[in-house]
Design a protein around this ligand. Structure first.
Ligand SMILES: Cc1ncc(COP(=O)(O)O)c(C=O)c1O
Length: 384
């Protein structure tokens, strides 16, 4: 079996992730922040150390500004729905996932003005287009860092500088880049940074979070939910301090134990080393696919300018059939269709059928890429 569906969720998980989760379940088990006994304190320590690991990876200064969520979708909803009010203007790109587009379209019905900056058919965003879209009442720019359709990297650091110059906040969706591409939230000038635990951070599903920068006032960004936090229980009003203001209800501590192990593994391997291996795999895959008659590859076609996610189509066969045959006849697991990103497919010209997507990560090998290329070559030859 060849697992090329890492853009949806990563597999296998790094060594130590399942062990950390089993250890939590068998040896800790208590609710973090909800009691003073030793096990609860130990659970709280694990959750805090996970915040520290995330800060170390993304160069964020304060672990208490890491807010846990069940995935990046929840983190992005918190930022968008928490900040934007009727009369505000928000700028985004045409390469966004529905986890940004759908909340924005819902907010639009409530009086928030949305501008979608068009990317090129290769999925490339010109930062000048973002600057031109900014108006006096623009509150936020929301950007996908790495496209989950064609892998192109969007220029978040350049947009970060533009946002600071115009007094606008920058929200980044790092679902695809966290753990796979070097990110420094301070030097990239990112105010709100959404990450998901179950992709390149190596953690389990059900983990993710939002790093809330110093320019965001937690008294102005409304929580998505209110409830028990284990703090200030004498009050019926939600605490107004980080992270408790946004973390109501029991945390996924077992998942966070696994996420911490995943992030520690990324830190030990080094993002630069992971990235170098992924660039080599991506280059081999793009060049191999481009050399096949009847195969169209989308995106920048330059491994240095993208992450290890590659979209293609085979002339004469629907993407859904290619995916089915790759699975059933060759044991290659990938994803086909629109990848929850209709806007991105409209941008690259593959809406509504979509594409076949190979999502690679650091655990994949050059031999696997060779085998996959041979399989696609056979399918393409048969279809001609
Ligand atoms: C760019 C991007 N944003 C958001 C998401 C949503 O991630 P999650 O389902 O973990 O919330 C994904 C998932 O594929 C993604 O690729």
């Amino acid at each position: 079996m060849i697992y090329f569906d890492n853009a949806a969720t990563s597999w296998p998980k790094p060594p130590g992730v399942s062990e950390a989760m089993v250890r939590f379940l068998e040896e800790v088990g208590a609710n973090p922040g909800r009691a003073a006994h030793g096990r609860a304190v130990e659970a709280g320590r694990i959750v805090y150390e996970a915040r520290e690991a995330v800060c170390e990876l993304f160069q964020a200064p304060d672990p208490l500004r890491v807010v846990w969520s069940k995935n990046v979708t929840e983190a992005l909803n918190l930022a968008l729905r928490g900040l934007l009010r009727s009369g505000d203007h928000v700028v985004t790109s045409s390469m966004e996932h529905n986890s940004v587009m759908r909340p924005l379209r819902a907010l639009e019905r409530r009086g928030v003005e949305v501008t979608v900056v068009q990317c090129s058919p290769q999925g490339v965003l010109d930062p000048a287009g973002v600057e031109r879209a900014i108006r006096p009442h623009t509150r936020l720019v929301a950007l996908n860092h790495g496209s989950n359709v064609v892998g192109t990297l969007l220029p978040v650091a350049e947009v970060g500088t533009i946002c600071r110059q115009h007094g606008v906040l920058l929200l980044v969706d790092a679902a695809q880049t966290g753990g796979a591409y070097p990110i420094n939230v301070q030097s990239d000038q990112i105010d709100l940074f959404g990450f998901t635990g179950h992709k390149s951070l190596g953690g389990p599903m059900g983990t993710g979070g939002l790093i809330v920068g110093e320019r965001v006032n937690e008294r102005e960004m409304e929580p998505l939910m209110r409830g028990g936090t284990g703090s200030h229980s004498e009050y019926e009003l939600q605490p107004d301090f980080l992270p408790d203001v946004y973390e109501s209800g029991t945390l996924n501590a077992v998942g966070l134990a696994g996420l911490q192990a995943g992030v520690r593994w990324v830190l030990e391997e080094g993002v630069d080393a992971i990235r170098a291996h992924e660039v080599a795999l991506t280059r081999q895959l793009i060049e191999g696919l481009r050399s096949l008659p009847g195969v169209t590859v989308y995106g920048s076609l330059d491994a240095e300018l993208q992450i290890a996610t590659v979209s293609f189509n085979v002339t004469g066969i629907e993407p859904s059939e290619v995916g089915l045959r790759l699975d059933e006849e060759y044991g290659i697991l990938c994803r086909v269709g629109l990848h929850c990103s209709p806007a991105a497919h409209k941008t690259i010209g593959t809406f509504p059928a979509g594409t076949v997507r190979f999502g690679l990560n650091g655990f994949n090998t050059m031999d696997e890429v060779e085998s996959a290329l041979a399989a696609v070559e056979e399918l393409a030859r048969e279809a001609q």
